[in-house]
Design a protein around this ligand. Structure first.
Ligand code: HEC
Ligand code: HEC
Ligand code: HEC
Ligand code: HEC
Length: 195
């Protein structure tokens, strides 16, 4: 059985010891010489969804508050899967695309703090556009085919986010049954209609 590639990435990340100590951006701010560069804390996603928008706590997801197995912060590349060298990505098929294609760096909090413009932390929607829309960075919405299956999946925004978000929460639930991470069918734990 083929494991979810995101978890394979996470496993590899753990294996090479790439997990960095939970680093609070506020901490690195004081020592920075230039204007502070921080990643967004809470991002409003699914603004176009009839079922309601999603408040995604980016900071808790990558600052170390949330962990997959209590061992350390979630790596940036667990979600930003194109933000590392193509040779590394090739180890986790069906993933293969690096962005930019010739990049030599891997996205981390440190890299982003040092070189926000060059770190290549692109928004998912720049590639995983809504059905019918052309993505900003690619000619077309990405498609993927999993080994052992003939199905070609078109990774529009809904597919890309649901697979990443609910996919990880499902894995977390296996080891931490009390986790609050919403799984696939818990729609309204993510999507909230404006009051
Ligand atoms: C883990 C959180 C989560 C859960 C659970 C979840 N969603 Fe989503 N959903 C999202 C996110 C994030 C997006 C991405 C939207 C974007 O492009 O910003 C999304 C996108 C969508 C879209 C596409 C919106 C558009 O752009 O037109 C639909 C429709 C949708 N979800 C319906 C559902 C339904 C129905 C369920 C339950 C069966 C569900 N979602 C469960 C987080 C979630
Ligand atoms: C759990 C998943 C997840 C993790 C882990 C994560 N991010 Fe994100 N990040 C997102 C999502 C989702 C967005 C919003 C994308 C969108 O709007 O399409 C985002 C957006 C961003 C943006 C804004 C991009 C833009 O152009 O709007 C930056 C910068 C960023 N992340 C950097 C980082 C860095 C640096 C790390 C590691 C320290 C990290 N992220 C870890 C999911 C994650
Ligand atoms: C530069 C373009 C680009 C960006 C940015 C990007 N993706 Fe992707 N994504 C792709 C492509 C292309 C594929 C198809 C596989 C490949 O070529 O690596 C893919 C595949 C996927 C898959 C399928 C993985 C599988 O094993 O089936 C998921 C889920 C996904 N992306 C989620 C995300 C999320 C969430 C973000 C933002 C945090 C994101 N992507 C950012 C281009 C992108
Ligand atoms: C790599 C793993 C991972 C990914 C990917 C991930 N999450 Fe989570 N998420 C967690 C964990 C772990 C928790 C559990 C927090 C707890 O129970 O203490 C959580 C909790 C949550 C919660 C409940 C608590 C809160 O912050 O409101 C929501 C909502 C949520 N995640 C939304 C999302 C969305 C939306 C995405 C995709 C953009 C996403 N998550 C992607 C690991 C992940």
């Amino acid at each position: 059985m083929k494991k979810n590639s995101i978890l394979m990435i996470i496993a590899a990340v753990l294996a090479v010891g790439f997990v960095f100590i939970a680093s609070d951006f506020a901490g690195s701010r004081s020592s920075a010489q230039k204007a502070p560069q921080t990643t967004p804390d809470v991002i409003t996603l699914a603004k176009d969804a009839k079922i309601g928008q999603v408040a995604f706590d980016h900071k808790k997801h990558n600052g170390g508050t949330y962990t997959i197995d209590q061992s350390g912060a979630i790596a940036c590349i667990a979600c930003h899967h194109t933000a590392r060298p193509a040779a590394d990505i090739a180890k986790f098929p069906p993933l293969k695309t690096a962005w930019p294609a010739d990049r030599t760096t891997t996205l981390t909090a440190e890299l982003y703090a040092k070189d926000p413009a060059g770190a290549g932390a692109n928004a998912c929607r720049d590639c995983h556009a809504r059905t019918g829309e052309k993505p900003k960075l690619l000619d077309a919405i990405p498609e993927v085919k999993h080994e052992g299956s003939a199905a070609v999946i078109t990774l529009n925004n809904q597919q890309a986010f649901h697979r990443t978000c609910a996919g990880c929460h499902t894995e977390v639930k296996k080891t931490v049954p009390t986790t609050k991470g919403p799984t696939t069918n818990q729609c309204t734990m993510c999507h909230k209609k404006a009051a």
